[in-house]
Design a protein around this ligand. Structure first.
Ligand code: IPE
Ligand code: IPE
Ligand code: MG
Length: 247
């Protein structure tokens, strides 16, 4: 199962082929502002995901990676964690048909082994169900942490060396990229974080080496395709130099 890997280097990325990654933050505050339970914010947030995913191709985004649950989010209350997990399951069941109609290939990144086996099986199912789609690539990060991903990749490489299928001299940046969960997609061009927080919170630590960052005060449940369009205008106005000098 492979996506077309389009390496994004110093060359300009076609404006129709962007990879945007989003740290969807602020659901809890959005709900608290209204005196509602945090889970109401998460439910509203899931609606925003559906809207944005549908709008992406017309915005020039071909790859969208969404941070839905971090390796640190297990620290939250059991009620919130279980609520989020059942929201993920419901989203998959409800959206599979639409994703096929809209040509969306869905993949999950993160460590699936800690998820409930039923949810993990559902993830496998929807990945297989949408595997033939090529119009738009959606990655959802569940139980994802950048450091955990690098640790798992390193363990897999060490195992391959021990098995004699990988030589230490072969380890290079490109090879590391192939062992990461994101090996099927190019690096993100742009990372957006909502809710006014200006930190990375363990998201795509390796892949975002040369991504542009945009931090917006908008809380995720208020984020619309129009918000993304404005952010993309700001992104396109930037000069990406990749360490070089523009002449
Ligand atoms: C982001 O919203 C969603 C997840 C981390 C699952 P939060 O739940 O972090 O919302 P705030 O930051 O508490 O407002
Ligand atoms: C980051 O948000 C994780 C997700 C959006 C899934 P958090 O709300 O968990 O991050 P911190 O705790 O503010 O760093
Ligand atoms: Mg948060």
């Amino acid at each position: 199962m492979t996506f077309d890997r389009v390496p994004h280097g110093p060359e300009p990325v076609p404006a129709t082929d962007l990879h945007v990654a989003v740290i969807m933050d602020g659901n809890g505050r959005w709900a608290a502002n209204r005196g509602w339970p945090r889970l109401v914010g998460h439910r509203k947030g899931a609606e925003r995901v559906r809207e944005l995913a549908s709008a992406c191709p017309s915005l020039g985004i071909r790859y969208l990676t969404l941070y839905a649950f971090s390796t640190e989010n297990w620290k939250r209350s059991t009620e919130e964690v279980l609520g989020l997990m059942s929201l993920f399951a419901r989203y998959i069941k409800r959206e599979a048909g639409r994703m096929n109609r809209e040509g969306v290939r869905l993949r999950f990144i993160g460590d699936r082994s800690r998820l409930d086996p039923k949810l993990s099986a559902l993830c496998d199912w929807v990945e297989a169900e949408t595997a033939h789609n090529t119009r738009f690539f959606l990655q959802v990060a569940i139980n994802y942490g950048g450091r955990d991903e690098i640790a798992r990749a390193t363990r897999a490489m060490a195992q391959d060396v021990a098995d004699g299928t990988l030589a230490p001299e072969e380890v290079c940046e490109a090879l590391i990229g192939r062992y990461l969960d994101t090996s099927f997609v190019p690096d993100p061009d742009l990372v957006v974080r909502t809710s006014g927080e200006t930190r990375v919170s363990n998201f795509l630590l390796w892949q975002a080496a040369y991504s542009e960052y945009v931090f917006t005060p908008v809380l995720w449940p208020d984020f619309t395709p129009e918000t993304m369009r404005q952010i993309l205008d700001a992104f396109h106005a930037r000069e990406r130099r990749f360490g070089g000098v523009v002449t």
